[in-house]
Design a protein around this ligand. Sequence first.
Ligand SMILES: C[S@@+](CC[C@H](N)C(=O)[O-])C[C@H]1O[C@@H](n2cnc3c(N)ncnc32)[C@H](O)[C@@H]1O
Length: 408
Amino acid sequence: MTRHPRARAARPRAARGRSRVGERFEVEVGPVAHGGHCVARVPDGEDLRVVFVRHALPGEQVVLAITEGTDGDRFWRGDAVEVLTASPDRVTAPCVYSGPGGCGGCDFQHVELGAQRGLKAAVVAEQLRRLAGLDLTVEVEAVPGDDHGLRWRTRMQYVDLGQADDGARRVGMRKHRSSEVVAIDDCLIAHPEAREPGPGTLSETVSATTAAGPVGPHDFTVAADGFWQVHPGAPAALVGAVLDALAPRAGESVLDLYSGVGLFARFLGEAVGADGRVASVEADRTASGHARSNLAPLLERGTGVEIVCGPVEKVLALRAQEGPDSVDLVVLDPPRTGAKRVVVDQVVSRSPRAVAYVACDPAALARDVAIFAEHGYHLTSLRAFDLFPMTHHVECVALLTKSGSDLR
Ligand SMILES: C[S@@+](CC[C@H](N)C(=O)[O-])C[C@H]1O[C@@H](n2cnc3c(N)ncnc32)[C@H](O)[C@@H]1O
């Protein structure tokens, strides 16, 4: 994943006809779409061409300027460069670097915070409808305490722009789908104590609130350049949602797949107790090494713990060859690309009573939910969290069970 909302440089591609970049159209903006933009249609000869428009809101009347697109492309991209009729959800962006041609880091600075969450909910619902055939109402929850959506990002990756004349360090951020850099004095989503990737380790402490009460605190060592959620409230929100979804029982066995430094394994191991078992599977050697020390307290209390370093798909295939590998509970927290059929097939072959799928890409989640459904696993509950305010990113925790029925 990147769980890190980061600008991506446009890939060079073969020219497919005349460029339409710079052309302007007056349009009424359609619904929000996955990726931080809305859909609009502009006349192109006798056809209507789909344009993914940034910096707009559904229902607005805007002038859009094409930023990517040729005659041969299936769709074009554009920016709303003038707002003719504004949505009631539009606000003045708090960040001066956002907007057309500006920093590519945030997609929704121009949207009131509650309405941002509404847009994300619409995207999650649309992906589940389109890719999994499920029709449900989604609510995107704020992380407790995050009431303005700014100053939350604890890890930042700036482009270094050298020293200013006065010796101060200059930094920048990339523009949307570009390698061009915008110099920045202050990123408003950066936490006051945000760190940049580097050598060494960080210490994190997590306690969470579940339906049964508070759990933790537990301590975690994480590489300073390794994966850890970037919103300070995210680990607790996700742990709480996963524990509530799985409702672990004493003595159960748990597979924590894509386990990082063992965040979920630590809490689940505590919940299944001394008669339970936890296996954490993670491909990154450094993270896996930290999981070993982070999960050591479980061993002390007698819980069976396995820390396996390797790609989930290979590890699960090998374990299945070695003999029956049934399991009660599974956490799946894959990167943006999702678990995909090969891993979903291996998970269901172990007949877990419940799977908690933590997803940072609603499209990959919806695709995988459809694969689970082929095996008789239903989407039994879904929570969505605004772990990345001002951006289009949203995190979901989906519960899949064989005994339940699909959410509607
Ligand atoms: C979204 S992070 C989740 C980490 C952890 N569950 C947490 O919440 O802190 C995804 C993790 O999957 C790991 N990963 C990516 N591809 C993998 C694969 N094929 N097999 C195992 N781990 C993988 C990454 O190194 C990363 O730690």
